[in-house]
Design a protein around this ligand. Sequence first.
Ligand code: GDP
Length: 443
Amino acid sequence: MILYHEGDTIAAESTPAGRGGISLVRLSGPAACKIASTLFDRSLPIAGRHSFGKLIAPDSSRTIDEAVVSVFEAGKSYTGEEVVEFAVHGSPLVVADLLECLYKLGARAAEAGEFTLRAYLNGRIDLIQAEAVADLIAAGSRQSADLALRQLAGGLSRPLVEIENLVEQLLIWSELELDFVEEDVELANVEQKIETAELAAQKLKCLTDGYQTARRVREGVTVAITGAPNVGKSSLFNALLGVPRAIVHPSPGTTRDVVQSKCYIKDIAFELFDTAGLRRAVNEVEDEGVKRAVQTAQNADIILTVLAVDNYNANAMLLDTNTPVIEVMNKIDLRPDINIDNKIAVSAMTGFGLEELKENMYKTIIDEHRLNAVSLNRERHFFAAQRALAALQEGCRALQEAISGDILAEYWRETLAAVGEITGKNRCKNLLNEIFSKFCIGK
Ligand code: GDP
């Protein structure tokens, strides 16, 4: 649980733990300069500058390391607080020694994501920008890194602020009219109000329309490979990955657990899940494998249903789900002339048809028109936006039906609360904990 004490000065290594050219240790809080100057063998540089010197352990006069020390003044640093950064040699011993000294001098170990949490609490960034920092660090493809960078630069915050401004205007009109209810004042006519509400709704809709594509760019696409035993699911899984990851064997029921691995199609991560063959299981272990296969398929973004030319009528269990299904006819090398209807013909063995299959997987799931659009990209954003949209639409209906001002004001407040949840205007402790605890230490 993240506990935020404003008075604390926190420290952590910001580079990954281990040996390397340089390790960066960050110190942030009101005592950062005071603590750093106790260790540094010369005066600290002025804010925005760097200085090279020795770090001396205060109790023993021992040299911890030589370091480049940088100072950032409060209000202009990453966290918004006084920050000192130590670039030391990339040795875990040096880093541990330095941190130990910083703790002895009054700093405490930073929690996961606490530097970014402070940046958010100090108004340097909003919550969606903070999430973008985590996304950028976790990004596995250029596409997902670009998405995070656009979000970090305010690409998603700006349209949300525009929506907030429009709804705030509606709220001001409603509240002022309520204040002057006796005088029967109307600050804007109904058409003007409806137009404003509709514009806000339209902007919100734009952000939710690209949600699925943006979420998939960010998180990757999950693909369940299902079908009867022995149709070549594991072979197809390996062929799509380009490496022999899953065990391939002529006897049915070889894959019992779900095996997963990632491949990239046009710079989008596709997480492939090889599952147990869907059949009435012959023993308990296989039965558990089949249960897991069904569960994986139900949670996937796409299901590849694999058939094979040598057991075309294999009695695979049918899955009841709304997930898009791509039907694949494998082992086409055995009977290249077979009629495959709308299925995609492949041979996991020769590689025939794999490019067409990948293209199909990509097209099924990625809306290219929305690839570079500004969109919400987390479930948390999406559900809050849905609530905001519902309240806005109720407000529009109330305007059309000339429903009284206090009910209207309530709809606008509901909309603002939901949008504020996305940007983090409403500081909900549980939500902050949920978001920042997933960060790495030092960020
Ligand atoms: P799974 O049980 O569905 O995962 O099937 P496997 O991938 O273990 O394959 C079952 C058998 O079919 C193995 O002997 C594979 O070598 C063979 N097989 C898989 N794909 C192909 C293919 O494209 N062509 C041919 N001729 N054999 C294949």
